[in-house]
Design a protein around this ligand. Sequence first.
Ligand SMILES: [Zn+2]
Length: 320
Amino acid sequence: MQHTSKFFQTVCALSVICLTLLVSSPLALLAFSDSASPIPVSGPPNDPEGPEDPDPDPELVPVPENKYTIPNNAIDAYYMNENPDNPAIPSKPVYDVFTVEERQARGLVLEVPKVSPYYGQKVVYLTFDDGPEPENTPAVLAILKSQGIKATFFVVGNQIEKYPAILRQIYQDGHAIGNHSYNHVYRELYQSTNNYFSQLRHTDEIIKNSIGVRPRISRAPGGSAGSFTKEYWATLKNLGYTEVGWNISSGDASSAKAGQLVNNIAAQMDNKNLWSHAILLMHDGRGHAETVKALPAIIKFYKDRQFEFRVVNFETPSPW
Ligand SMILES: [Zn+2]
């Protein structure tokens, strides 16, 4: 018995020594670090000149696993990363630091965190589809900025390829961004789920190449009604996208003039059931100058009635 106890004591003592060494070693500190960026190699505290060797051997400075990564150009948004303890999502745009492929390769979850839908007294989500476009999108952005309002842009992949700087502006201004397919061609998109989701993935990559993150919200061109089968909805869920429809249409897909667009919206807002979550469909794509013209009056309509302007995220209720 005594031998066993002595042996046990020795093992314990050795364990404590090993643990102490491990915890105090710089490598262990790196391993426990939450920081996404490489640990800077600094000189001793009393050395204001910093490191002697400005270009240390990268093999000696291991970069920690990017557990809580956020991009360098981060804005005030909610970033999905590797953190399994997703905090509650406040009223912010939501972005993912990984593409679907990157999540799958890392064995990370694709599911959307469960949050309660937000219903306010008077809430409106301004949404703009089919951009970025070189005339209308910057004009919309300028109006939103001058009014201090954040909105949501459902963007098209082949437009981003042409105007990546405008997408970056949307992002940097703090608006939400959603995936609106690569080419917006209905007969291709709705031929098969494979076609549809290859376009979504492709557009995600284009967006990520431009702003460093990708959206987790999407809007089916022309709307999901009549185009989405059960298989589309199942695949959408499996890949972690949240589909966002609308319940108020500005009617700007027609040749209506600005004044008519405002009237269209005002008429639909008579339905008080929508006040808690009015999701307004507009377009900033080519040929939508009337929408830009109407926008100040549309914003005034909602401001006069004390509506709260929010961006679409996981808290946004289903439109109907
Ligand atoms: Zn569209």
